[in-house]
Structures are given as C-alpha cells and as structure tokens.
Design a protein around this ligand. Structure first.
Ligand code: AMP
Ligand code: MG
Length: 325
C-alpha cells in the first residue's frame, strides 16, 4: 500500500487502476472514500470485501456533475434545484435507477434506486473525470469503525486491502454526505450529514426525517443505517457535564469540565463546522487503551449538530459489534 501526493501522474495511475477493476482510496471534502468502478460488479464486490461491509448496505455513486448523473438516475426537478445550490458538495440524492443504468446491482443492494453525488474536492473531481466512470465510494475504513479524515487513517484501517491512497490532505467537512431520498412527493432525510437540513429546506421547503417514519419504512428506505457505527473501541458516554479521571473527554465550547485523563476540544469557540471537521480525528485520538470510556459534552442539535449528534449516538450504541473492528 502506498500513500501518494495527488500529482497528475498519480491521478492517471489511479484512474487506470479503477478502469482495470481495482480499488483506490482518495480524499473527498466529506471523508476519505474507497473507490471502485460503480458499473463493475466485481470491483463493487471488492469494496464490500475490503471494508467487511454487509452487502445489504448500498453504496453511493460519485459523478463529476449533473450531466453525468442524468445517465444513471431519473433526474427530477427537486434534484435540479438542490444540485444548483449544493453540487458539487456533501449532498447525496436517492433517485430511481435510469432505464438501462449501468450501475452495478450490487452497488445498490438490488434496490431500484441509486444514491448519487458530485463531490467538490479537487482530487475526487480529477480522479472521477480521469477514470471516465461513476465511482462507488463508501468511507475508506473497515465497516462500523470511525470514518477516515486523513490519509493515515485509511492506511491504519485498511492496510494492504487498498493498494493506493491519494493524499489530498485533511477533509474540510469531516462528516459523510447528507443522504436525501427524492423518490417521493416530499424529500426524506435518510442520513444527516455535511449539508444541513435548514439549508436544504431553504431550497425545497419542509422535508421529513426518516426517524419520523414508521420503523419498517425507514429500514426499507435506508438499509445501511445501523444503530452501531462510527464506533471507537472504547465505550462512549454522551451528554457529559462532568468527567472522571479514568475518562477521556471530547469537549465542545469554552468551558469543558476539568479532570479527564485526556481532553480534545471539537471547537473551543462552539463552531459546529469546526467541530464536524475535527470529530472523527479526535475520536481516534481519544480512543486509547488507558482510558475506560470517552465522555462527550452536549452538542447543539442545529445545523451540522444534527449530523454530529447522529454520529455520536451511533458511536455510543453497542450492539455487540464493539471490538470487532
Ligand atoms: P456510505 O457509503 O457509508 O457513506 O453510506 C451510504 C449511505 O447511503 C448508507 O447509509 C445507505 O443506506 C444509503 N444509501 C445508499 N444507496 C441507497 C439507496 N439506493 N436507497 C437508500 N439509501 C441508500
Ligand atoms: Mg462509512
């Protein structure tokens, strides 16, 4: 496995690897992605295999722009208006599969919908354009673990499972994309992420949170939303207002409680964008054998706070998966 600067020659090499059915990890503005040709069933199978990802959890296809997206999905008016504001950027649309869409069935877990996004990171854009393919790219980490926001995180998590990592620096958003289901009359927020609910509603009016749907419906529309995900190896305690000496503290704001064994502050000034960008790297930094648990201060439930709290809840959930990844 090699970590390389994203020079023109490296992008070229990575594009050739992708066209040959291989996998490449690369930086995006959200988190590092593990990319493969989204039209190649074997390449997509290799992604699931490298991540240890359950096959029922579909992947997002990455394209350079709206024009390319329209080859793979049945585009819509709402998608058009949202793309004008958010693309390229951290907003994924779930739309019906286009007729004769070449996207691999495995990539969509057999669904008749496709999740699609145009990332804004220059390395991601250059790679997708050079490969001339839609790129399936989940986060470049073992399934269930904390997402990578630096090239070194990818190397630590996937090791020799990935041959090449294009190092485009730390991810500026630091959270996965927002996933919005546009197949019904009202858009449904399947996963909060780097594009805020408020900004989306500013374009298309009120949207529905998938949590508000009956359980079965939510499970059907967003199959990959497992309760335990983004989980460090140590237990996580939420809404902490005090800490004990055996705990690590993930703080937020100007007045963290004293007394933790280790402390990281997501944003001393209480800036949610800064907190999002720091979240996964700080969770990793605090995930140390000498602490008993990671205590996390309350984060406001507005703007990017919705996505930050979603990740923290999944980091705290324990369905028995902890320790496996
Ligand atoms: P990841 O690749 O880890 O960023 O996860 C992609 C997310 O998008 C998962 O939570 C999936 O459940 C969701 N997703 C992908 N494709 C679809 C689809 N066709 N319908 C609904 N949700 C999807
Ligand atoms: Mg992921």
């Amino acid at each position: 496995m090699r970590i390389v600067e994203p020079t023109a020659a490296a992008i070229d090499e990575a594009a050739r690897l992708l066209r040959a059915g291989g996998l490449v990890a690369f930086s995006t503005e959200t988190v590092y992605g593990l990319g493969g040709d989204a039209t190649n069933e074997r390449a997509v199978a290799a992604i699931f295999d490298a991540k240890g990802r359950p096959m029922f959890n579909p992947l997002i296809a990455h394209v350079p722009d709206v024009r390319e997206a329209q080859r793979f999905v049945q585009w819509s008016d709402a998608a058009d208006r949202l793309a004008a504001k958010f693309w390229p950027g951290p907003l994924t649309f779930v739309l019906p599969r286009a007729e004769r869409s070449p996207i691999a069935l495995l990539a969509t877990a057999g669904l008749d919908t496709v999740a699609i996004r145009a990332p804004s990171h220059p390395v991601a854009q250059a790679l997708i354009r050079a490969a001339e393919l839609p790129i399936a790219a989940p986060s470049a980490n073992r399934s269930g673990a904390v997402s990578p926001t630096r090239a070194e995180h990818v190397a630590q998590s996937l090791g020799e499972r990935v041959p090449l990592i294009l190092d485009g620096g730390p991810c500026v958003v630091g959270l996965e994309s927002t996933v919005l289901d546009l197949t019904g009359a009202t858009p449904v927020l399947l996963r909060p992420g780097g594009a805020t609910r408020e900004a989306i509603e500013g374009v298309v009016g009120p949207i529905v949170l998938s949590e508000a749907l009956p359980t079965g419906a939510a499970a059907r529309s967003s199959p990959g939303q497992l309760a335990s995900h983004y989980a460090p190896s140590r237990p996580v305690r939420l809404e902490a207002t005090s800490v004990s000496p055996d705990e690590a503290l993930l703080a937020f704001g100007a007045h963290p409680p004293a007394g933790a064994r280790l402390t990281c502050n997501l944003s001393p000034t209480g800036d949610l964008a800064e907190a999002a960008a720091n979240l996964f790297a700080q969770m990793r930094a605090l995930d140390r054998p000498e602490i008993s648990r990671i205590a996390v201060m309350p984060i406001p439930q507005t703007g990017l706070g919705l996505a930050i709290n979603d990740r923290l809840r999944r980091a705290a959930a324990d369905d028995g998966a902890r320790g496996r990844s």
